[in-house]
Design a protein around this ligand. Structure first.
Ligand SMILES: *[C@@H]1O[C@H](CO)[C@@H](O)[C@H](O)[C@H]1NC(C)=O
Ligand SMILES: *[C@@H]1O[C@H](CO)[C@@H](O)[C@H](O)[C@H]1NC(C)=O
Length: 263
């Protein structure tokens, strides 16, 4: 009892207790976004976390900049997670067998910031793990569309971390806002997103996660300005849909064992 009281008061003293996360968002309801993937990207100098999302039982979509690293890269995908540091029964941990970074991805201006990750074993689909649809080539979101982003990224600009999935509502912005701020902004292949008034945003570690509008993954968290919450640029999935289909066909020709290990 005393311990419980101590714990409770300790939590109450933390400066971020009760505040919104992702930045300015809230904790997602457990497993309400069963397409969310946590990517652990190991490379020469360390490990980078990223977001991603399941679009097929054996394929995750994410941002190219997550895996565009020097040296040998290894990607582990965790599906069905809420608290990424807990050993949850719902979690499925799968190694990436292969991944395709868009051939015209540019680390200078973040053009074509998209990557498909092929899993070594198919995910076992259940209430915790389900793919999300992507839009067709013609189906692009317009200014004012209400969307949501989720991630395990920083919850402030000061490196505060979260273990649990957080989500935030963001709106598609007029592209002129991003054109004014980013000289390399490409209207066709990018989406300008944000909330100019409420300090809501994505942050480091959210990269690769989906912008969900109307139940479909329309964007991929890509870039913004350092220390700025607004605006943010997302990769426009509808533009890349033909490329995605082509890669999925290639993937289908490779063999994938059907039985996953869920640990
Ligand atoms: C975007 O902003 C420009 C300049 O303010 C305006 O002319 C245009 O109509 C806006 N477009 C939309 C879709 O709101
Ligand atoms: C947004 O953050 C800034 C800087 O911390 C603060 O001054 C401002 O009041 C915040 N706005 C809202 C709507 O919370």
């Amino acid at each position: 009892m005393l311990l419980l009281l101590l714990l409770t008061s300790a939590f109450a003293l933390l400066p971020w207790a009760g505040a919104g996360r992702i930045i300015g968002g809230r904790e997602a309801e457990r497993h309400s976004r069963p397409y969310m993937a946590y990517l652990k990207i190991q490379h020469g100098s360390g490990t980078t976390p990223c977001g991603g999302f399941l679009i097929r039982p054996d394929t995750v979509l994410s941002a190219a900049h997550c895996a565009h690293k020097k040296g040998k890269v290894k990607i582990t995908v965790i599906l069905g997670a809420h608290n990424i540091n807990d050993r949850e029964q719902s979690q499925q941990r799968v190694l990436a067998k292969d991944w395709v970074i868009h051939p015209n991805y540019s680390p200078v201006d973040y053009r074509n910031d998209i990557m498909l990750v092929k899993l070594k074993t198919k995910a076992k689909l259940n209430e915790y793990v389900q793919p999300i649809s992507i839009p067709s080539h013609k189906e692009s979101v317009g200014t004012g569309a209400a969307c949501e982003v989720a991630g395990w990224g920083w919850i402030s600009l000061k490196k505060d971390k979260t273990d649990v999935l957080r989500e935030v509502a963001l709106e598609v912005q007029n592209e002129t806002i991003c054109q004014d701020v980013f000289k390399d902004y490409q209207q066709q292949s990018m989406i300008c997103v944000g909330d100019d008034f409420n300090n809501k945003s994505t942050s480091r570690g959210d990269s690769g996660g989906p912008l969900v509008c109307n139940q479909k993954a329309h964007g991929i968290v890509s870039y913004g300005r350092k220390y700025c919450l607004f605006p943010k640029v997302f990769t426009r999935i509808s533009f890349f849909e033909p490329w995605i289909r082509k890669q999925l066909k290639r993937f289908a020709l490779q063999e994938v064992p059907g039985s996953p290990s869920s640990d």
